[in-house]
Ligand binder design. Structure first.
Ligand code: MTE
Ligand code: MO
Length: 471
């Protein structure tokens, strides 16, 4: 038998000395304050209503381990989204002023000449940028939920260093939310934000990158410690009944762990499974925008519809009607080839069809993440360059018959003109060797550019003239 005195005390109604009085939060150890100490302490003494009181946040699942698991997923995923985004800026051809925004000063990724091989390069990088960005949305939202008590922590800061950290969080959280919202609105063709999407998305990315890098530098050790402490899967095995809060961390007043937790309604395993399920669902609804066979699944895409018979049945961003191209565009059509010493060379449709035809299976990969692979047949761009009298052009300026429109013209790099698979396509077929058909009006009849690994936007439709430029 142990001390009767102890058991007698615990049997009384008197609360233990450390418990809170009614209406008060549990006592938390007094945090340490940096310079200027009186300011932070004074702030801490200001009485604040919920949600600034720790008791507001009651989920027993919140804690460093949970936040670190979500953080680890984002630490791996978000850099891929960032790098593929910057690659997209590069793929647009900044040396020709085609990247948007055109002038980015010091925040310019290293200049590289975008390659033409592998032909699926832009399809992969941009598919990852958009697809992974979407799939990570549930994880990002869960991560924000997991740290929301910190948003309302009181006092908001305890030192100048922490003030700086919290400013970096503004860039981190503000940046990611801005990028997600503008990115998603863009792929839904919703431009109601009224500013230029590319410009805003580019600068927003750098704000996010700044916040992300500082956050990782500051929090990486904490994350590693928390993940180690939770190993091996300690918190994952718990059932709902076994689910208890993580031990309090060493950030009094800024802790993620609830001071007054509610009973658990789900285990950590269920929570993480739900988040993963949300990501999987988003992935399932997105994959159809790049995998033709799964296109019916892409119900969230504004491009899930059908666009014409046979091999011409694939996405159209700008229709012929939208571009002001009349159905009679083929009558009297002439392609002008310029830049050669003997002046302009003019080819009508019969002359184009009489030139050696070449077939290549190539994707069209739009900046908005969708892509489609087709067999294209037409005249090699390098044959046209030779015909124009410029067999080794420095670049080529392609002009559409479309009058206005931001994508009515493009400049192609030398490697993009000279690649043997770079075509002025006249016909299109499926990617499985099926019969080919003439390009439909919406896909660029009478002739369009198709170049391996080129962003979709520069595969100009309804081509009227090509200017092959010497250095
Ligand atoms: N003249 C012209 N060409 C264009 C465009 C345009 O608006 N005008 N849109 C481009 C974009 S953004 C893409 S993704 C591809 C799409 O080609 P598709 O409509 O044949 O699928 O065409 C490109 N070619
Ligand atoms: Mo596009």
């Amino acid at each position: 038998m142990t001390s009767t005195g102890a058991s007698g005390r615990s049997g009384t109604a008197e609360p233990p000395a450390s418990a809170a009085r009614p209406g008060e939060d549990e006592a938390v150890p007094e945090p340490s304050y940096g310079f200027p100490r009186p300011l932070w302490r004074g702030l801490a003494r200001v009485p604040v209503p919920p949600p600034f009181t720790p008791r507001t946040w009651r989920s027993p699942l919140r804690g460093r381990w949970l936040t670190s698991v979500l953080g680890l997923v984002l630490l791996i995923g978000l850099p891929i989204v960032v790098v593929t985004g910057l690659l997209s800026w590069l793929a647009y051809g900044p040396q020709f002023g085609q990247a948007i925004p055109a002038d980015v000063g010091y925040l310019r990724p290293p200049p590289i000449e975008w390659p033409t091989s592998p032909s699926w390069l832009y399809r992969l990088t941009q598919g990852l940028h958009v697809g992974l960005g979407l799939v990570l949305v549930p994880v990002i939202l869960a991560k924000l939920w997991s740290v929301v008590p910190k948003l309302f922590a009181w006092p908001p800061v305890r030192s100048v260093a922490q003030l700086l950290e919290r400013v970096s969080l503004l860039a981190l959280v503000g940046g990611i939310l801005f990028e997600l919202v503008t990115g998603i609105m863009n792929i839904q063709y919703d431009y109601s934000f009224g500013f230029d999407f590319y410009t805003a998305h580019y600068w927003g990315a750098w704000v996010f990158i700044g916040g992300f890098v500082s956050h990782v530098l500051i929090k990486l050790p904490t994350m590693i410690r928390a993940l180690r402490a939770g190993a091996p899967g300690r918190w994952l095995h718990d059932t709902v009944e076994e689910t208890v809060p993580e031990p309090p961390d060493d950030e009094p007043g800024h802790s993620l762990v609830a001071t007054a937790p509610s009973p658990p309604t789900m285990s950590r395993r269920t929570l993480l499974g739900t988040i993963a399920g949300g990501s999987a669902l988003v992935g399932l609804l997105t994959i159809g925008t790049t995998v033709d066979a799964l296109r019916p699944l892409a119900v969230l895409s504004p491009r899930g519809r059908s666009y014409g018979p046979g091999p011409n049945d694939f996405q159209v961003n700008r229709t012929a009607f939208g571009a002001g191209i009349s159905p009679g565009v083929g009558d009297g059509y002439v392609l002008a080839l310029r830049g050669g010493p003997a002046g302009e060379v003019r080819l009508d449709r019969a002359a184009l069809a009489a030139l050696p035809q070449h077939t290549a299976v190539l994707p069209i990969a739009c900046v908005e993440g969708w892509s489609v692979t087709r067999a294209w047949s037409g005249v090699r761009l390098r044959d046209l360059a030779a015909l124009a009298g410029v067999p080794a052009p420095a670049n080529a300026f392609v002009q559409s018959l479309e009058r206005a429109g931001p994508f009515a013209r493009t400049t192609l790099q030398a490697n993009q003109v000279l690649d043997p698979d770079s075509l002025l396509a006249l016909r299109v077929g499926d990617d499985a060797g099926g019969p080919m058909a003439g390009l439909s009006l919406d896909h660029g009849f009478p002739a369009r550019v198709i170049v391996p690994a080129l962003p979709g936007v520069h595969n100009t439709k309804w081509v009227g003239a090509i200017d092959f430029r010497s250095a």
